[in-house]
Design a protein around this ligand. Structure first.
Ligand SMILES: NC(=O)c1ccc[n+]([C@@H]2O[C@H](COP(=O)([O-])OP(=O)(O)OC[C@H]3O[C@@H](n4cnc5c(N)ncnc54)[C@H](O)[C@@H]3O)[C@@H](O)[C@H]2O)c1
Length: 257
């Protein structure tokens, strides 16, 4: 059912071609936003634009690796031309995970993790903020339970998500008086390519994340739409007084610890 929670808004979703970002692109468009999807996966991005258009929504795709400044600048230039320099919502969702024992992690792994999960938020937010300053806006970052719960084999990933928490809080304080809110969604394990690979690789290292373990710690696997709906709330005016928050989407996993 189409809704109107983002009616007339201009939204960008990084990592919006697939997974929970793909779900967010669909949900935002269904709620009336004109959505720009920024992703490295061109085929998936274009296919999703077609799917959204067929459902009566508005979407465009611009290919970019959001860890690279020139590609981000190019994508946001195109977005600004499309949206006449007015952007209302930025969902910084693109990210990845590296699963390795800490002592096998290389400097290259560290740089890759920080570039894709942290520098990308810096580059995208810096490029988009000028097009929010005059009228306000909402930024939502995808963090994780891993920002506060340590997992073996994920030192680099956990560190990157800890940075995401503080990026969110600091942007919220600096831009509150410009009418810009910045919040984070912090999912547990989601049924996406990322989530499936993460669970498989953790199991190979003997970390206890069997299906039974997932049921015990978070009830069941999280569906991508459940993360998208939490991001929708934070992006919409329903969250008008929610700023600098980290919204856990983990079915109570962390409140049990
Ligand atoms: N899946 C989980 O269990 C889980 C849990 C908590 C947090 N997260 C977070 O969710 C985000 C993505 O997860 P997902 O589960 O939707 O994954 P996914 O792998 O299904 O989707 C990620 C999307 O981001 C895109 N992407 C990756 N690197 C990119 C880059 N450098 N530039 C542009 N696009 C890029 C991919 O092409 C893909 O479309 C990450 O920030 C991740 O840390 C995932």
């Amino acid at each position: 059912m189409p809704g109107s929670r983002l009616e007339g808004k201009h939204a960008i979703v990084s990592g919006g071609a697939a997974g929970a970002g793909g779900a967010a692109s669909e949900v935002f468009a269904r709620e009336g936003a004109n959505v720009v999807i920024v992703d490295i996966q061109e085929d998936a991005g274009l296919a999703l634009v077609e799917k959204i258009s067929e459902a009566g929504g508005k979407a465009s795709f611009f290919k970019a690796d959001v860890s690279l400044s020139d590609e981000v600048e190019d994508a946001i230039d195109k977005t600004n031309r499309l949206f006449n320099h007015r952007i209302d919502v930025l969902f910084n969702h693109a990210g990845t995970v590296i699963i390795k024992p800490f002592l096998e992690s290389t400097e290259h792994d560290w740089d890759r993790m920080m570039n894709i999960n942290v520098k990308s938020m810096f580059l995208m937010t810096k490029a988009v903020l000028p097009s929010m300053l005059d009228h306000g806006g909402a930024i939502v970052n995808t963090s994780s339970i891993s920002a506060v719960a340590g997992t073996p084999m994920e030192v680099l990933y956990c560190t990157s998500k800890g940075a995401c928490h503080m990026f969110t809080r600091a942007i919220a304080t600096e831009y509150r008086d410009n009418g810009i809110r910045c919040n984070a969604v912090c999912p547990g394990f989601i049924r996406t390519a990322h989530g499936t690979r993460e669970l498989n690789e953790l199991r190979e290292y003997g970390v206890e994340v069997s299906e039974e373990d997932i049921c015990r710690i978070q009830g069941r696997i999280c569906e991508p739409e459940e993360v998208a709906n939490a991001a929708l709330f934070l992006a919409s005016s329903e969250a008008s007084f929610v700023n600098g928050e980290t919204l856990f989407v983990d079915n109570g996993m962390l409140v049990r610890t």
